[in-house]
Design a binder for this molecule. Structure first.
Ligand SMILES: [Zn+2]
Ligand SMILES: [Zn+2]
Length: 155
């Protein structure tokens, strides 16, 4: 994906004023959020963000609450479950939350962090047929057979 040439917002916007949302009868926000601003290093386990997360959010006013619906996506690099080799993958998660209309601001830091954490699968493979590591010697079997595959005693 190519980056847009002019970024609409330089600073990450994670806090929204409820008054603005009410006055405008809703609000949409599309932008990027540095993952570091959401969580301390290590929050996402061994998955490392390759760039900022992109968010696409829509707030709507309904009765005594504000409904936020949207999606967060991010590109990650994480180790293959079998061979530990690096895997590049994009994960995303839909989010939907309601907030009381009485609060002054809506801070999305926690919601976005949780959605990103949920989006990362427990098990990631570099490829479906990844041969993994040898249980005996730890060699990467994707690179070919290791010594353990050879007959035990050669003449
Ligand atoms: Zn692998
Ligand atoms: Zn081996």
């Amino acid at each position: 994906m190519a980056k847009p040439k002019n970024t609409p917002r330089a600073a990450p916007l994670l806090t929204f004023a409820v008054r603005d949302i009410k006055e405008q009868g809703g609000l949409t926000h599309t932008g990027t959020v540095p993952v570091d601003s959401l969580a301390a290093e290590g929050t996402f386990g061994e998955a490392k963000p390759k760039g900022p997360a992109s968010v696409d959010l829509e707030f709507s006013v309904g009765g005594n609450s504000i409904l936020m619906q949207g999606r967060v996506d991010c590109d990650w690099q994480l180790p293959c479950n079998r061979c530990l080799g690096p895997v590049d993958a994009a994960f995303g998660e839909d989010i939907e939350e309601t907030y009381p209309i009485t609060q002054e601001t809506i801070d999305l830091t926690d919601d976005l962090r949780e959605a990103l954490a949920i989006s990362i699968p427990q098990r990631v493979l570099c490829r479906e047929e990844c041969a993994g590591l040898c249980a005996k010697c730890g060699a990467n079997k994707n690179l070919g057979p290791c010594r353990c595959d050879a007959p035990a005693a050669k003449p």
